[in-house]
Write a protein that binds this ligand. Structure first.
Ligand code: PMP
Length: 366
């Protein structure tokens, strides 16, 4: 073995348990496939691809379609393989050795992870115990560390909380560098920072096709930002990074906005049903503006990990966040189909009922 870079030795990488179960609600994907008409349209176009040729390097048609969707200039759009690659490209261009990246924890782990891989120093601001972000903490982190890049995630992952507009505006007023608002789940929320993007503000908003567009399998994400920033990203990213099939799929998906909105409405209604049902169980629920709900198991016979295992035993997989810093006993459930959500709620109720009955039996002297 040869040694990896010194600064990468302590990195752990990204983990998400993959277990063979009936109900899979652990990675915030859409529970439904894209419309059949979309799949037919993609198949037809893919059958005409010139496979011997490189893709359109600037993804002109895809960028134009995304720009159209948001009413911006195509030169304000940068697309890549998932919003993770968008984030990586931003950090390659604006972070790196000798630079500072700020996050407010707990939040999406990949922001700090990718920043560290680029060689940047990561400073972690803290959220309040209810996971909201205090403006004084924002001012402290920015004032003390003068970060080159600051991240906000709205709705935040894994908490689901929507960041108030005031927090983004505060950051824009005081941050000395780039502000990145990760909006992977924005369609499920009632507010977006997109309207704040313009040529004079160092702000980018990142989006993904993985959730609402039911296209996690295609790996496509993008950002909207100032044209001067997009031009820098175009220099940094690998040539032909976005393959022809993905470009086609992304462009065609945008023709099915109505179907997408319908799915979002259904998922939001299901999210509210789950949140209400969780109130009858011994857990504390974090208000969510996303397609998932975070809840904390209250002190009792079972801790968070045991509840997660009880669900797996009943063939339901959700995300176990209970060993993550600041998220003791927390579990995150992705909103699935009505049927999947009902199975989750039944399984969770059964896990708590079994624990309560065991506790009673233990208390009986035989
Ligand atoms: N940002 C956030 C906040 C996420 O939760 C995710 C997916 N888990 C991503 C970005 C990455 O999404 P993708 O690379 O699939 O676009």
């Amino acid at each position: 073995m040869i040694p990896v870079r010194d600064d990468l030795r302590a990195l752990e990488g990204y983990h998400s348990a993959q277990v063979d179960v009936r109900v899979r609600l652990n990675t915030n994907e859409s529970p439904e496939p894209p419309p059949a008409a979309f799949r037919d349209a993609v198949a037809a176009e893919v059958s005409r691809i010139e496979w011997n040729r490189y893709p359109d390097r600037t993804a002109t048609a895809l960028r134009a379609a995304i720009a159209d969707l948001h009413g911006v200039d195509p030169a304000q759009v940068f697309a890549a393989n998932g919003s993770n690659e968008v984030l990586q490209t931003v950090l390659l261009a604006y972070a790196g050795p000798g630079r500072v990246v700020a996050t407010f924890e707990p939040t999406y782990q990949m922001h700090a992870q990718i920043a560290r891989v680029t060689g940047a120093t990561v400073v972690e601001g803290e959220r309040a115990p209810d996971f909201t972000l205090d403006p004084e903490e924002v001012a402290r982190v920015v004032g003390t560390h003068r970060p080159h890049v600051v991240f906000l995630t709205s709705p935040n992952n894994p908490t689901g909380l929507v960041e108030p507009a005031g927090r983004v505006e505060q950051l824009l007023a005081i941050a000395p560098g780039l502000v990145v608002v990760d909006e992977a789940y924005a369609q499920f929320a009632d507010w977006s920072a997109l309207d704040l993007v313009d040529e004079d503000r160092p702000l980018v908003v990142t989006r993904t096709f993985s959730k609402t567009w039911s296209m996690a399998g295609a790996r496509l994400g993008y950002l909207i930002g100032p044209t001067w920033l997009v031009a820098e990203l175009d220099k940094v990213v690998l040539p032909y990074h976005l393959d022809t099939v993905t470009q086609i799929a992304g462009r065609l998906a945008l023709r099915y906005t109505d179907d997408m909105n319908e799915r979002v409405t259904k998922l939001v209604a299901e999210r509210e049903r789950i949140a209400r049902a969780l109130e009858d169980l011994p857990v504390d629920v974090v208000p969510s503006g996303a397609n998932f709900v975070l809840f904390r198991v209250r002190p009792g016979p079972l801790d968070g990990r045991e509840v997660w295992q009880g669900l797996v035993d009943r063939s339901v997989l959700i995300r176990d966040c209970s060993s993550w810093p600041r998220l003791e006993n927390c579990l995150r459930v992705t909103i699935g189909t009505e049927q999947e959500n009902s199975e989750f709620l039944e399984a969770l109720t059964a896990v708590f009922a079994a624990a309560a009955s065991d506790a009673r039996t233990d208390g009986v002297t035989v």
